[in-house]
Design a protein around this ligand. Structure first.
Ligand SMILES: [Zn+2]
Ligand SMILES: [Zn+2]
Length: 714
């Protein structure tokens, strides 16, 4: 029986070889590892790509062609992978059975399935889902191989994603770029399904910040004490006081009067309320939670973090990195003992007090898909570099938190009355620390960490102070917080919007494997050897992201439905419906084509803002259009025309062509009848003429001179 394994990458192929032939009785060749009638080969990620438009029809070479909907989709080998593909095809010809060892996610499913289809392989296929390369994980993967047919919907959804991105990207990038050119743009308008709503987040945030006006307000703070234990509470401004819509006092004098009053009165406890609460330990990491934390704590870009986890994965120290899952299969509960002992030997403090008998909420089969959370394997790391060490620690610590009790605390809310004024405060008092004893990300509690025993009627000593505060604008995104925003994009949608729940369910826009690249693309200054204009950039030397003028122009101009996460949300939701077999790819692609057509119409009819750095000339006649500079090849000269196609002179009832002078339009109208003037060349040089009343005017530096009438007319 001739068996062919196809892995996503060479390192997985080597892991498979080491697993099935532990005695290393195999032969390593350029494109395979072979032993008897079993051959293990590999891809390099995607080795096939969708055809470019001009590969369907040479007429599509021109970017003014943009409603391109391939009736039959084609894929072709990537230029530098042809030899590899030929080798795989030759093994497939002989194969009795194929083992599909693409990575355990949507893209991994597609990139091996498309090779099988491209090579017209029709035999049986089994799916091997490798979640980590250590011995235990490999054994598990082999023991749970399934018929690849089960994963057909996942393949369909990956293919739908690829085709949708092609249709949106190719068509709309061309449509907007071509039409923007008419308005003087000379850059490519890069339109992507996930890129645009991500860029819009940055643009809208910057505008919020620019529109923000800081307010100064005042608070009256009481420091009270009982049994020599001090604690704090804040005045709740009475409705009779002058307060703004957020219950803030803007006038310091008002609080000075209150302070005067309460200082002379006794302070007594009015109400006390106690509630017990628990906080569960944070779940183990998915790629995005790890990227966000590593950006915040270590200053690593999302791309650096992914590369580092990938290296740790290839060295067998952690499980599959491109995971959007924060849960672990319950079958792996028994691994805890072994992994925690390894981490103790490794010297991780969080592992020492961890208790493997505790089961956290992370062990939940219902929430695990083809892959699970990123966790340590049982293999003890050796020789890690600095970055790897820090990332490994973050992964290992979050795994350890699963073996601690939740944090249990008592929340006390109380009010204090002085004169007729009410002060409100609270305190959080630990009952048992649980995971908090080792948790690294402690938030500073805003309320009291220590409180005396309080009961209504207790008299307390009091001291008052007025604090000046300022409202602060929203913060700019960093790469880390922008990535978090993409994952939790439902938070940016109004709560009455039905798409909010969908977005929550599909875990944001984009996938863990691509989000860092989306952000990098928005910041890119070159691509495929061409200079690109970035859409977002870092502000000075900080990590804060700001939009560029062209990035703002893009968001202002393109169809607004594309700029809000809703459209992409619905698309992601439909993709997950394809993956679960609820809808067909064809039905989905039809809706994408509708969306492209609607956006093409918009791209052709919208008025583009003046290119950043270029002057804008409003039409003097219709006031809504913009004058556009054009070139006439016939007259070898530039001229200007209104962007409104229906705009005509109310006098001549004809389209007005404006003369160009040093790259700017000359707005010349006859003083008698307001008809547009045109410039002529006579034997004494240039002059201007009205076609309605036939008046002529001298030319002064390319503009009509109305100070004296031209005498030698015609
Ligand atoms: Zn006009
Ligand atoms: Zn005239």
């Amino acid at each position: 029986m001739y068996t062919v394994y196809i892995a996503e990458k060479p390192d997985i192929a080597r892991a498979i070889a080491a697993h099935i032939w532990p005695d290393a009785t195999y032969q390593k060749n350029k494109y395979d590892i072979t032993n008897g009638d079993t051959v293990i080969c590999w891809c390099h990620g995607h080795i096939l790509r969708p055809k470019e438009p001009e590969e369907y029809d040479t007429a599509y070479k021109s970017w003014s062609e943009y409603q391109i909907f391939p009736p039959q989709w084609g894929i072709v080998p990537m230029a530098n992978e042809k030899e590899l593909l030929t080798a795989i095809a030759s093994y497939l010809k002989k194969a009795d059975i194929v083992i599909h060892a693409g990575d355990p996610d949507r893209e991994g499913q597609l990139l091996v399935d498309e090779v099988l289809r491209y090579c017209s392989y029709k035999g049986p296929v089994k799916r091997l889902l490798i979640n980590a390369k250590d011995d235990v994980s490999m054994q598990r993967a082999f023991a749970s191989m399934e018929d690849n047919k089960k994963y057909e919907p996942l393949y369909e959804s990956a293919l739908a994603r690829q085709q949708a991105d092609w249709l949106v990207g190719m068509n709309l990038t061309r449509a907007y770029t071509t039409n923007a050119r008419k308005y003087g743009y000379d850059t490519v308008w890069r339109i992507g399904r996930v890129q645009i709503p991500t860029l819009a987040l940055v643009v809208r945030r910057e505008r919020e910040i620019n529109a923000f006006k800081s307010k100064t307000y005042y608070e009256l703070l009481g420091t009270f004490a009982k049994d020599n234990i001090p604690f704090k509470a804040k005045l709740v401004p009475d409705e009779d006081l002058p307060i703004d819509e957020e219950n803030r006092v803007l006038d310091e004098h008002v609080l000075k009067a209150v302070k005067e009053k309460v200082s002379q009165a006794n302070a007594t406890v009015e109400t006390v309320e106690e509630k017990e609460g628990t906080k569960q330990p944070p779940l183990p990491h998915s790629l995005d939670t790890l990227q966000v934390l590593a950006n915040k704590k270590l200053g690593l870009s999302p791309g650096e973090t992914l590369a580092t986890v990938q290296a740790l994965y290839e060295k067998k120290y952690v499980t599959y990195p491109r995971s959007d899952c924060n849960y672990i299969p319950s079958s792996q509960k028994d691994d805890a003992q072994r992994i925690l002992v390894m981490l103790q030997n490794y010297g991780l403090p969080a592992a020492i007090t961890a208790n493997p008998a505790i089961t956290s909420k992370a062990f939940n089969d219902a929430k695990v898909t083809a892959h699970h959370a990123i966790i340590p394997t049982g293999v003890e790391p050796q020789d890690l570099n600095d970055k790897e060490l820090k990332i490994y620690q973050l992964i290992a610590e979050y795994y350890c938190y699963q073996f601690y009790d939740p944090y249990r605390f008592k929340k006390v809310s109380f009010t204090i009355k002085a004169a007729d004024c009410l002060f409100k405060g609270s305190g959080t008092l630990p009952i048992t620390l649980g995971f908090m004893q080792i948790y690294g990300e402690k938030e500073k509690p805003e309320d009291n960490a220590v409180l005396p025993t309080l009961k209504p009627g207790d008299e307390v000593t009091a001291d008052y102070a007025i604090a000046q505060k300022k409202t602060t604008p929203p913060k700019r995104f960093t790469e880390g917080t922008l990535l978090a925003a993409m994952t939790n994009i439902w938070r940016f949608i109004a709560s009455d919007n039905p798409n909010r729940e969908k977005l929550k369910e599909v875990k944001g826009i984009g996938t863990p494997a691509t989000r860092d690249q989306i952000i990098a693309k928005l910041e890119a200054t070159n691509g495929k050897g061409h200079k690109l204009e970035p859409y977002i950039t870092k502000k000075g030397k900080s990590t804060e992201l700001i939009p560029t003028p062209i990035g703002c122009a893009l968001i202002d101009t393109i169809d607004q439905s594309l700029t809000y996460p809703d459209t992409t949300a619905v698309m992601e939701y439909e993709l997950s419906n394809i993956a679960s077999g609820k809808i067909s790819r064809d039905a989905y692609i039809t809706t994408v084509i509708d969306l492209v057509n609607r956006n093409v119409t918009h791209a052709e009819t919208v008025v583009y803002p003046a290119p950043p750095g270029k002057k804008i000339f409003a039409c003097p006649i219709c006031k809504t259009g913009q004058l556009l500079r054009k070139y006439s090849a016939k007259h070898t000269m530039h001229f200007w025309i209104c962007s409104n196609k229906d705009c005509i002179s109310p006098v001549t009832k004809q389209t007005v062509f404006y003369e160009d002078h040093d790259g700017e339009p000359v707005l010349a109208f006859c003083p008698h009848d307001n008809a547009p003037l045109s410039r002529w060349k006579g034997k004494y040089g240039h002059f201007w003429k009205c076609r309605v009343c036939n008046s002529t005017y001298n030319d002064a530096n390319g503009k009509p001179d109305f100070t004296k009438k031209k005498k030698s007319a015609k």
